[in-house]
Design a protein around this ligand. Structure first.
Ligand code: UD1
Length: 450
């Protein structure tokens, strides 16, 4: 991809009241990251000279959600044209082109942005992203004449014949650097909404003899998010894209529609994912891994050939070695389960290391927390932990040691030792019948009284 230098300005000063949220609209997450971070990543792939995020006052976290972006404050917000001008101080010393994006339009692809840069290279001073929605509703309409794009008319200002136009403004715009701020400064607010419309730059540019062009994107890509329902709609589109990319990369999904991926999920070749699996952010899976149904993974690294689930939970800090097995109803947190180790049933492994080829029996718990601090458990290579064992951290089980079932281990177990820590046995011959006889007599006496 080649293009002229450009800066990206992401508009995000809108309040997003229809989200009914105490959080800024553009910070609501899609595929595990704020929607504005998707915009930043898509444009970031084109290496813009600068990224400026325009917010209203008191929205400091918004710009922070876009890596490498600088913040500009628009106070008060007086329209999209006014918002772009608010970024001017942040662009001091930069004289490349200017791409305007909306923080609440998170699905625009890098390829579409590249197509806009290509249209600029061909000579247009202003390039607008257009689309043809099924229902053009209240979008701005693109008026195209014999000489190309002539102007954009906002729905509220449009005459009936303009409202009949099907080609609409998606909001993304690319302006030639040499003209950008002169055009923006010429915008007036003599319109139905008393706002400074960014869209007016097209008419102004044409009046100055500059060429304007339209690049058409698909309606799905330019979906704007202004409600929780639209957020869910955008998530569905993004998930479809992520699943398609995963399958194209060699992943089998038995029922793709039930698998939820994160924007950064990394999956190796020949990974098999059964239905109803959820990936939070920060998961990296090697080759030939099987993830069985109803598993939940976040911030976890899994090496080649491991198997996970069904019904497994890998929490942040989990590292699984090659061929490790994590079975049903097993939770792992901040722990390394090394190559070939097996933790197959009903177990909690937290703040721990499970050495290579160790076997952890059903119902084992690493007791890592005493209400104040977190403590580490270390299980050595080849160790065998019997079922229903409580390992009270900090504690170490040496290599090849065996811990008998039902033990509560509070002291280190030396390598190769066999340790059993249980209460002593009491056995009374015939005691069961004597117990029942006494109990029956007691109950009969109570019934008589009552
Ligand atoms: C805008 C376009 C319209 C287009 C539509 C696509 C204008 C005048 N109209 O209309 O042609 O069809 O998007 O969705 O540009 N914002 C600010 N500061 C402001 C106003 C808005 O930062 O003062 C930001 C908002 O946070 C949002 C974006 O700009 O991210 C678009 O604003 P919005 O009010 O949604 O524009 P529309 O009226 O939908």
């Amino acid at each position: 991809m080649s293009h002229q230098p450009f800066a990206a300005i992401i508009l995000a000063a809108g309040q997003g009241t229809r989200m009914r949220s105490s959080r800024a609209k553009v910070l609501h997450a899609l595929a595990g990251r704020p929607m504005i971070a998707h915009v930043g990543a898509a444009v970031g792939a084109l290496a813009p000279g600068r990224i400026v995020v325009v917010t209203a006052k008191g929205m400091d976290q918004v710009a922070a959600a876009v890596p490498g972006a600088v913040a500009a404050v628009q106070d008060p917000p007086l329209g999209t044209g006014h918002a772009v001008l608010a970024a001017k101080p942040a662009l001091q010393g930069f004289d490349g082109d200017v791409m305007v994006l909306f923080g609440d339009t998170p699905l625009v692809t890098t390829a579409t942005m590249q197509a806009m840069l290509d249209a600029r290279t061909k000579g247009a001073a202003v390039v607008v992203l257009g689309f043809r929605p099924k229902d053009p509703a209240a979008y701005g309409r693109l008026v195209v004449g014999p000489g190309g794009l002539e102007r954009i008319v906002e729905f509220k200002d449009a005459k009936p014949e303009e409202r009949a136009i099907g080609l609409c403004n998606a909001g993304v715009m690319l302006l030639e650097g040499a003209h950008a701020f002169a055009l923006l400064e010429a915008i007036r607010n003599d319109n139905a909404q008393r706002e400074y419309y960014l869209t007016d730059v097209v008419g102004i540019a044409r009046a100055r003899g500059l060429a304007c062009a339209v690049v058409e994107g698909d309606a799905e890509e330019v979906l704007g998010v202004d409600s929780r329902a639209a957020l869910a709609g955008a998530e569905a589109i993004l998930q479809r894209r992520l699943r398609a990319a995963a399958m194209a990369g060699g992943v089998t999904m038995i029922d793709p529609a039930t698998v939820y991926l994160s924007h950064d999920t990394r999956l190796g070749r020949d990974v098999v994912i059964e239905p109803n699996v959820f990936f939070g952010p920060g998961v990296s899976i090697g080759d030939d891994v099987v993830i069985r149904a109803f598993s939940h993974l976040e911030k976890a690294t899994v090496a080649n050939g491991a198997t996970i689930g069904p019904f497994a939970r890998l929490r942040p800090g989990t590292v699984l070695g090659e061929e490790a097995h994590i079975g049903n109803f097993v939770e792992v947190k901040a722990a390394t389960v090394e190559a070939g180790a097996k933790v197959n049933h009903l177990t909690y492994i937290g703040d721990a290391r499970v050495g290579p080829k160790a076997n952890v029996g059903a119902g084992t718990i690493t007791c890592n927390y005493d209400g104040f601090g977190k403590y580490h458990t270390d299980i050595g290579a080849g160790a065998f932990i019997g079922s229903n064992t409580a390992l009270v951290a900090p504690v170490k089980v040496g290599d090849d040691a065996i811990v008998g079932a039902g033990s509560t281990v509070t002291e280190d177990v030396p390598p190769g030792a066999l340790t059993v820590v249980r209460g002593g046995k009491t056995e009374v011959q015939g005691g069961a019948e004597r117990f029942r006889a006494k109990a029956r007599a007691r109950k009969a006496a109570q019934q008589k009284k009552g």
